[in-house]
Each structure stands twice: as C-alpha cells, then as structure tokens.
Design a protein around this ligand. Structure first.
Ligand code: FE
Length: 232
C-alpha cells in the first residue's frame, strides 16, 4: 500500500507505505500541519503505524514525527547522524526496517545536510533532498557539502538499477516521481564529469534563505515537539 501526499505550503512530499498483509506502516517526512489528514488516512486504510521517518533535519517545514510518535506509540526514526531529540530509533547506513514482508534499507547520502539518508524499498527509493526530480537539494547551509553530495549521487543513488523509482521529499514544478535512469539522462545537475564541476554549479545557485528556516530547524531538532519545550 502506498500513498504520496503533498503539502503545498512547503512543496513537501510525504509517503505512507504499508505492508498489505500485516498492515504495518511507515510515514516518511510527515508535515506537522497535516497531522489530522494522516490520522484520518491511517484509520481509513486500517493500517498500523509502526514508524515515522525523517530523511533529514528539514529547514522548510516542521516535522509531525514527534507528535505522531505520541499519538500512535510508534518509533520516531531518523538516520543515526540526526541530532534531533525525541528520536527513539536511529538507523545506521545499511540498516533495515521491517514492515511485514517489506524491507526498507537506509543509505547514508550526505550533501544537502550532513544528516541526509535515502531509503530503498524494493524498486523504490525515497531520496529526501539528495536527489530531486531534475534537480538536487541545495548544499549551502546546515553543513551542506556539494562534494559529499556528488559522492552520494554518483557513487550511491545513481548506482541503483535504472528502473528504480525515485520519490523525492519535494517538488516545486508539479512532477511526482521519476526513475534513476531518467535522472541520469535528463537531470541537468548530473550532466557533469567531476565532483569539482558539480560543486561549481552548486556553489553558484544564489538561492534565498528558506523562509521557515529559523523556525523549522530548531523545531525539528525537537522532532517537532515545540509546545512541550517552548520557552517564552
Ligand atoms: Fe531539506
């Protein structure tokens, strides 16, 4: 079972993935403002939320992970490099999660931030902000590193079979999914022949700071549980 959900404010994709037989489910990159919708869908589909998972510390929206963890008594999961509080399970590179017969494998893919992980589930890969559709996640804040991102892309994600479906954490143009083969051929940022050439592109994007950054990053370092720890 698979649902792709969209938050139009931050252009974030959230994924709900469940094993058909056991009904065990995971939610990837949930957005705090959408928490009621997730609860509704989880009830309607009759699935059991075992895990929330953030691909990295987001700068553009607050995660619903901490709240969902309280509501559904599920594991609040991140990659091991995340510094967020209230996380109950931290996955190392290559570590797996089980949902009935489904297996999710963690891949450490730093570059956009130093705590970015991608997650592979059969023929799908959830790439967070490492690989976007016809783009890649910016590398100019939160310990971003364009050379590390080149390595994550070219030596990890793009080595997956070309038919692997790519599901990113964002899209700003209306695309919903892609494949590794499609990105190898048509992603303009990937048409480079060296890490230095890639870094040259990434270091000259001149992007504005994310509007939500000063709110979102501190909140996400608390897994979105801002009310509990808020100081006047
Ligand atoms: Fe991000």
């Amino acid at each position: 079972m698979f649902r792709q959900l969209f938050d139009p404010v931050s252009c974030t994709y959230t994924y709900l993935l469940a094993d058909e037989r056991s009904r065990e489910a995971i939610i990837i990159d949930p957005v705090l403002e959408k928490i009621e919708l997730y609860g509704q869908l989880i009830n309607e589909l009759g699935i059991k939320l075992l895990y929330t998972l953030d691909t990295h510390t987001h700068a553009d929206h607050v995660t619903a992970s901490g709240k969902l963890g309280q509501q559904f008594h599920c594991e609040v999961t991140t990659g091991e490099r995340s510094k967020a509080l209230h996380v109950t399970l931290r996955l190392k590179d290559g570590e797996t999660l089980k949902l009935g017969e489904l297996t999710l494998t963690s891949m450490y893919t730093p570059g956009h931030t130093d705590d970015c992980y991608s997650y592979l589930c059969n023929d799908r890969v959830f790439t967070g902000d490492t690989l976007l559709i016809r783009g890649t996640g910016r590398t100019d804040f939160q310990s971003g590193d364009s050379i590390a991102q080149y390595d994550s892309l070219f030596n990890k994600l793009l080595k997956l079979p070309e038919h692997t479906y790519v599901y990113p954490a964002h899209d700003y143009k209306g695309m919903t999914m892609s494949t590794i083969g499609e990105e190898i051929r048509y992603n303009p940022r990937l048409q480079v022949s060296s890490p230095e050439e890639y870094a040259e592109i990434m270091d000259n994007l001149n992007l504005a700071r994310p509007k939500m950054m000063d709110v979102a990053v501190p909140a996400n370092l608390q897994s979105g549980l801002i009310n509990e720890t808020h100081e006047a």
